[in-house]
Design a binder for this molecule. Structure first.
Ligand code: 5CA
Length: 157
């Protein structure tokens, strides 16, 4: 199977940061956190949702545990401006990835990033690798390092 250019972009970004990991591909699909958890055989909390929001006009990235929902009020306070969910076109424009495959790295340009503190409790988490059929395992501390993200309380209680 030809490796998609989106996956190659993620691979290159991970390599650039010295992350050693293998991208896992699943024919049955990993479009949602639950599908990804089922495919990998892990709990949904260990799946990283890579969500794009607009903070004012600026696209930003929020990495959220699959077991939690992002709280736009909290995001607003953390980014210092009104925050809303980006639509599908904006997501693709800002990241180069389509919804369901948005990776935490390998974007067209760097995005300010917040990371759900709930992800830090796990030894390993799984993030999308650029397509709705691929994920890669990574230690949460490494995810923080490679994204340059800030760990924060970003979820609905
Ligand atoms: N591959 C999986 C697990 S890594 C994945 O990408 N999950 S996700 O949660 O990060 O991506 C799906 C998310 O995209 C959903 O949680 C939903 O919030 C968002 N989404 C789905 N459809 C739309 C849409 N039309 N516009 C904006 N956001 C959407």
């Amino acid at each position: 199977m030809r490796v998609s250019s989106a996956v190659e972009r993620v691979q290159a970004a991970l390599q650039e940061h010295g992350v050693r990991t293998d991208i896992l591909e699943f024919a049955q699909g990993t479009r949602t956190a639950q599908e990804a958890a089922d495919a990998v055989g892990t709990q949904v909390g260990q799946i990283v949702k890579s969500l794009v929001f607009l903070a004012g006009d600026e696209p930003v990235l929020v990495l959220v545990s699959g077991a939690h929902l992002a709280d736009t009020e909290k995001l607003g306070r953390l980014f210092g401006t009104k925050v809303k969910r980006a639509d599908a076109d904006t997501v693709r424009e800002a990241t180069g990835f389509a919804i369901g495959g948005v990776a935490p790295v390998g974007h067209i340009r760097p995005l300010r990033t917040l990371i759900d503190e709930n992800l830090l409790q796990y030894d390993v988490v799984y993030a999308a690798a650029g397509t709705p059929f691929s994920v890669f395992p990574i230690a949460p501390s490494e995810l923080v390092r490679v994204t340059g993200g800030r760990v924060a309380d970003v979820v609905v209680e």
